[in-house]
Design a binder for this molecule. Structure first.
Ligand code: SF4
Ligand code: SF4
Length: 453
């Protein structure tokens, strides 16, 4: 396996304070109710209804669905389709805040006996609190746990190898005990034997905090493992490889620290999911920081809460600089998988001039899944999709390493995604492909030219 890429960290500015800032509630939120894999939730509020923070606004429509909650107190002012950072547009509920921020009375009140509930009880609480796995596919947490019930090792993936994103690290430093208790809840729900917290060498401080808390709790089945801070160390399939030496793949499952923390809040503190930690960062942001962002708040509000823009960004990205999704405007809302909102300047985000391949082999040397990006992309340029398949395009995890190292600035990620999409959908409708391709263009623009090498 390739050792990965050592990227210059840009996290320091967002970690200047280990406090996670809590901005005033946004004036308006637009909360999607089908923002997870599985049947969409069904809105249970009408136009004009008054809601509190944490109140249910959409009910699960089946066993694999989720409840959705209001993130502000105020009035329901819209039911319809609104901008979405991954889908372009999605159905949701618009709530205009009354600025009072009053929340349901039970939120924050410790639930009796929460440490010893049954696995079934935990799963029901996760569904009713609207918890997901916090990944891009946004699978309901109870569904993911059912898929992995009985695993031996639960990995909490605190490797955050993108150069800008520090949301998980901030959470570990600010709330280590709550995070560990949440991981224990997940372990019990999944009936797993042990919990391994995976982190990286550039996060030794938070790793030591977690170790000392585990020692204090006397939890023998918890361990912190430290890996080199190389990109993409946080890719779950690569982490599983590293934990798998003596186990089969089926006995390991990877969960996000944000999911563990949200599980603790939902189970112990009766707090449904309506906010998450987001890194607002990048060279264009006046005060990069980690904030508690309400679900449905738009990116413009989030950027303003970090004192706005220092200069005009070339790109606004949701997620990391290497794999995030470029956004066309700032009206898109924070969703469960929004780990970061980055404002990147032209010297970072502008695509370089594309030159022909010089057969240097750098992309092959840095591919973490050991396929041949050069051969796949040369095949994709000629629409030879069977050849791309033979060279392993289906194993690509879209980490962007090949784009990053390519001295010719070839649009590797775009070509890899093009080949993958044509293999999975051999005859795409033209409009459908165009949309996907235009998105990958902006992403590749960022990943292919990011930072200094
Ligand atoms: S994007 Fe795909 S092909 Fe390129 S380095 Fe990553 S895994 Fe390998
Ligand atoms: S890194 Fe770029 S130039 Fe080098 S072999 Fe790969 S595609 Fe060709």
């Amino acid at each position: 396996m390739s050792p990965g890429i050592l990227l210059k960290s840009k996290k320091e500015s967002s970690l200047l304070s280990c406090k996670i800032r809590r901005p005033f509630p946004p004036a308006k939120v637009r909360i999607p109710y089908d923002d997870f894999s599985g049947p969409p939730a069904v809105p249970c509020v009408a136009l004009g209804a008054r809601v509190k923070v944490g109140e249910t606004i959409a009910l699960p429509s089946g066993g694999e669905s989720l409840a959705i909650h209001s993130s502000v107190a105020g009035e329901v002012t819209g039911l319809g389709f609104f901008p979405h950072p991954l889908k372009g547009i999605a159905s949701g509920v618009e709530i205009t805040s009354d600025s009072r921020d009053s929340r349901l009375a039970e939120i924050g009140v410790e639930r009796k006996g929460w440490e010893i509930f049954s696995a079934e009880d935990y799963l029901n609480l996760f569904r009713d609190a609207g918890l997901t796995d916090f990944k891009r596919e946004n699978m309901p947490l109870h569904v993911k746990i059912l898929k992995h019930r009985g695993i031996r090792t639960m990995v909490i993936n605190a490797c955050e190898s993108d150069p800008y994103v520090s949301a998980a690290q901030a959470l570990m430093m600010a709330h280590p005990l709550e995070l560990l208790k949440g991981a224990e809840i997940l372990r019990r729900a999944a009936e797993a034997e042990r919990v391994m917290i995976a982190t990286e060498t550039d996060k030794m401080e938070s790793a030591e905090i977690l170790k000392s808390k585990i020692y204090f709790l006397k939890w023998k089945n918890f361990e912190v493992r430290i890996f080199p801070s190389l990109f993409p160390q946080d890719e779950p399939s690569l982490l599983i490889e590293q934990f798998r030496s003596k186990e089969t793949e089926d006995s390991i499952a990877v969960f996000e620290p944000a999911a563990a923390f949200a599980a603790y809040e939902a189970v112990a503190l009766q707090k449904p999911f309506y906010e998450r930690v987001v890194t607002v960062g990048g060279e264009c942001i006046v005060e990069p920081q980690n904030v508690w962002a309400r679900i449905g708040a738009d990116f413009e509000f989030l950027i303003k809460s970090a004192r706005g823009l220092l200069r005009r960004p070339e790109k606004i990205i949701m997620g990391g600089a290497m794999r995030g999704m470029a956004q066309e405007h700032l009206a898109v809302p924070v969703i469960a998988s929004t780990s970061a909102v980055l404002g990147l300047p032209p010297e970072i985000a502008k695509p370089g001039r594309v030159e022909p391949c010089i057969r240097c082999g750098e992309c092959v040397a840095h591919c973490p899944v050991e396929i041949s990006p050069v051969m796949i992309t040369l095949a994709a340029e000629r629409d030879l999709f069977e050849t791309a398949r033979d060279y392993g395009v289906e194993r690509c995890i879209e980490c962007g390493n090949c784009s990053y190292v390519c001295p010719s600035k070839r649009p590797m990620l775009e070509l890899l995604r093009y080949a993958s999409s044509r293999i999975s959908k051999p005859d795409p409708e033209p409009a459908q492909f165009e949309t996907q391709n235009s998105k990958t263009n902006v992403e590749t623009a960022v990943t292919s030219s990011y930072g200094e090498k």
